[in-house]
Ligand binder design. Structure first.
Ligand SMILES: [Zn+2]
Length: 291
């Protein structure tokens, strides 16, 4: 059972790592994320807040399994590079890390990854906000899915900041996840729990039609975990998923997704075809994996 952590709780004291330990911890976590298939070798980025004005982060265009502590870059909270080895620069996705640190003071570490099962479920229109296994609540509460934003642009930070004020795990459609924690370990555990629970949901959907845990029981689990049971609907918190982001929603172009406009459902026969194709694709993938 993971630590209860209440999103938005101000002023939580955080034990800060010294810089050498933080460099080693990021390299180790990056290697683990790559080796466990939570992202491709060049995917994603990690960071730790060193102190009130400095952030240590992975550089652009690096192999996550081969990072050396000296490869890491130190930036300020506005994204300006303070320290970097020759030829190293921050990732173009630094904006999402800065958004997280601006969102809540107690966030001490941020991981952006491309976990395949979680991203695949979102693509297939299976809402991550539906809870199938209780461990999710204990690990991170509820996963939110933000509206689509174009990777590396400023809008990523603008949208994510609002979500990270309320949630510890946020999925970016057609892209990847952001998990935060008071420590890097906590952010790793949340990424791991997100992907593990997504795999369970994926398998269950391939086998049949799983039923999520009832909302009253989810609220009960939140109380046991020490989280506010009304977290998803708390005042000022964005919704857990964009309107219309469900299975059978029409394919739309990027500007429509960015606007947050509700997606029009397809005709029922077309939706049924899409669903049948999705189920067949999942079953084919499972058969291949079992070979
Ligand atoms: Zn990314």
């Amino acid at each position: 059972m993971g630590n209860a952590h209440r999103a938005g709780k101000p002023g939580v004291p955080r034990e800060r790592l010294d810089e050498g330990a933080a460099r080693a911890a990021i390299c180790e976590a990056a290697r683990e994320i790559w080796q466990r298939g939570l992202g491709g070798a060049g995917d994603g980025n990690l960071s730790i807040r060193l102190d009130a004005r400095r952030v240590l982060t992975t550089p652009s265009a690096c192999h996550k399994g081969h990072l050396h502590p000296d490869d890491l870059v130190i930036v300020d909270l506005q994204g300006r590079t303070l320290e970097a080895a020759r030829g190293r620069k921050p990732s173009s996705e630094l904006v999402l890390h800065l958004a997280a640190y601006a969102a809540r003071e107690e966030i001490g570490a941020v991981i952006h990854a491309h976990p395949p099962a979680a991203v695949a479920l979102e693509l297939a229109g299976v809402p991550l906000s539906q809870i199938y296994v209780s461990e999710v609540v204990f690990a991170f509460g509820l996963p939110a899915t933000a509206p689509y934003t174009t990777p590396t642009t400023a809008e990523v930070g603008q949208v994510l900041q609002a979500y990270l004020r309320c949630y510890d795990v946020v999925l970016m459609p057609r892209h990847g996840s952001v998990t935060v924690g008071a420590t890097l370990d906590e952010a790793v555990l949340r990424l791991d729990a997100l992907e593990h629970s997504a795999k369970i949901a994926w398998m269950a959907h391939a086998i049949g039609a799983p039923r999520p845990i009832a909302p009253a029981e989810v609220a009960h689990l939140h109380r046991i975990a020490g989280r506010p049971p009304a977290e998803p609907g708390a005042v000022g918190c964005p919704p857990l998923e964009p309107a219309g982001a469900r299975r059978g929603a029409a394919v739309v172009d990027a500007p429509t997704m960015r606007s947050g406009t509700a997606l029009a459902p397809t005709a029922s026969s077309e939706a049924a075809n899409v669903e049948a194709a999705l189920v067949e694709a999942v079953l084919a993938a499972l058969r291949k994996a079992a070979e």
